[in-house]
Ligand binder design. Structure first.
Ligand SMILES: O=C(O)C1=C[C@@H](OP(=O)(O)O)[C@@H](O)[C@H](O)C1
Ligand SMILES: C=C(OP(=O)(O)O)C(=O)O
Length: 442
């Protein structure tokens, strides 16, 4: 992907009113796991090949694959979703590169930490929205160990240039804030073994989106690096820790993408089964299923699948839920809430404001178009559904946010249907979303 690629706009898609949602789908690979595993495979022992299977094919994973390619990492596609990645031992062949990061947080944050430790100069930039998404807390943490960064736009935001670090001798210790994004801690954790010495990372203040740190630690362990920890407050990587290849690794299905189908199954009677995530998943967003259960949905789970059927008592109930642990899937609760009896309050979601768009504001605006009454707070949203005769057919703006498009597809199950503007924005994580959806609705 290059910056010049014209964003393929399909003006809008209209979903006519549907009354049922049922079927069986295989989920696309997890974005969070795909991008972590591709990078970890590239950092593995020099010459070792990791076969990464079931990689997500989307804008965000394309950003990571293209970056690795530009950096000189050998990445060979051997089947539609499978890649052989040859390890570099943490030392990328290309020492000067201009890297387009699109709007992929899971690419720019970890790559920033890893590239800051190379003996090279790297210019990282993205789409305009990426230049509004904060990265200062990560850069501040890296600067404590001598990393060299020059901001090219606004301090604390991409674009910026990384040049060779001036690392002090001996064990290293650094502090990092985790209240804006957990991806900053993920980035430092993933890069730490490249330092070849004992590294202790102290988390200052609140840490949000904690389950994503569990994904990071789990996958680092799969690549042979154990991190010792003191709860959520400090993490230590010992000297001598180095990534080794697990040889063959599968990417599980995307639990955030699963949320749309699970909600549809709950609203449209089901049975609707997603395969690729379940009891053995390492993704925090599988907890979305528990939230749906709280709303009254009938959920069953196996090792590798989740199935939702019609709702006990006919209609979902509104809930109040702290959604800090499921920031992405929580958006799906906001549109599911349109169909619930009573009010739904989703709290502790301030991070929505610094993602693909200001999601709190965007969600409130678009929910109101459908007929809901919405209260938007600094870090919460309260949704009261439209009255039975209060639904309006709306043209939903999606703000170049894949999750806005996918969340509002649930409104197809209302009596008025819905029109979604710029539906192609789903390409960030799920390019075929609307095709898959059309096979489930009737
Ligand atoms: O580490 C990850 O894979 C992610 C962490 C979360 O971001 P924050 O930590 O910024 O909430 C999530 O929203 C994002 O889609 C993926
Ligand atoms: C916040 C998201 O993405 P990113 O990885 O760019 O942070 C998301 O997918 O909802």
């Amino acid at each position: 992907m290059t910056e010049n690629v014209e964003r393929y706009k399909l003006e809008h898609i209209t979903l006519p009113p549907a009354t049922a949602a049922r079927g069986d789908i295989k989920l696309p690979g997890s974005k969070s796991i795909s991008n972590r595993v591709l990078l970890l495979a590239a950092l593995s022992k020099k010459g070792e090949v990791t076969r990464v299977r079931d990689v997500l094919d989307s804008d965000d994973t394309r950003v990571m694959l293209d970056a690795l390619n530009v950096l000189g990492v050998q990445v060979k596609q051997i089947a539609e979703h499978d890649y052989d990645v040859t390890g570099t031992g943490g030392d990328f062949p290309n020492k000067n590169a201009d890297l387009f990061m699109g709007n992929a947080g899971t690419a720019i944050r970890p790559l920033t930490a890893v590239l800051a430790l190379q003996k090279g100069t790297y210019h990282l930039h993205g789409v305009p929205r990426m230049h509004e998404r904060p990265i200062g807390d990560l850069i501040d943490a890296l600067q404590q160990i001598g990393v060299q960064v020059e901001y090219k736009g606004h301090a604390g935001y991409p674009p910026f240039v990384l040049s060779p670090a001036q690392l002090p001798d001996g064990d290293l210790s650094l502090s990092i804030k985790g209240n804006v994004s957990s991806q900053f801690l993920t980035a430092v954790l993933m890069a730490a073994p490249l330092l070849n010495r004992r590294v202790t990372i102290h988390v200052v203040g609140e840490l949000i989106s904690k389950p994503y740190i569990e994904i990071t630690l789990n996958l680092m362990a799969r690549f042979g690096v154990q991190v010792t920890r003191d709860g959520w407050s400090s993490f230590t990587i010992e000297a001598g820790a180095a990534y080794g290849s697990p040889k063959d690794i599968y990417v599980e299905g995307d639990a955030s993408s699963a949320s749309y189908f699970l909600a549809l199954g709950a609203l449209g009677g089901g049975p609707l089964r997603v395969t690729g995530v379940g009891l053995s998943s390492i993704q925090g967003d599988v907890k979305f299923a528990n939230a749906l259960q709280l709303m009254g949905a009938n959920v069953m789970m196996g090792e590798n699948w989740i199935e939702v059927r019609g709702i006990e008592n006919g209609q979902l109930r509104g809930i109040e839920l702290d959604c800090n642990h499921i920031p992405d899937a929580a958006m799906t609760l906001a549109t599911a809430a349109l169909f619930a009896q009573g009010t739904t309050k989703l709290t502790n979601i301030a991070s929505w404001r610094v993602k693909e768009t200001d999601r709190l504001s965007a969600m409130a605006t678009e929910l109101r178009k459908v007929g809901a009454t919405v209260e938007e707070g600094a870090d919460y949203i309260v949704i009261t559904p439209p009255a039975a005769d209060g639904w309006r057919h709306a043209h939903i703006d999606t703000y170049d946010d894949h999750r806005m498009a996918m969340c509002f597809s649930l409104v197809a199950l209302s009596a008025v249907g819905v029109t979604i503007n710029d539906p192609k924005c789903v390409g960030k994580t799920f390019p075929t979303y609307f095709e898959v959806l059309s096979g489930l609705l009737s």
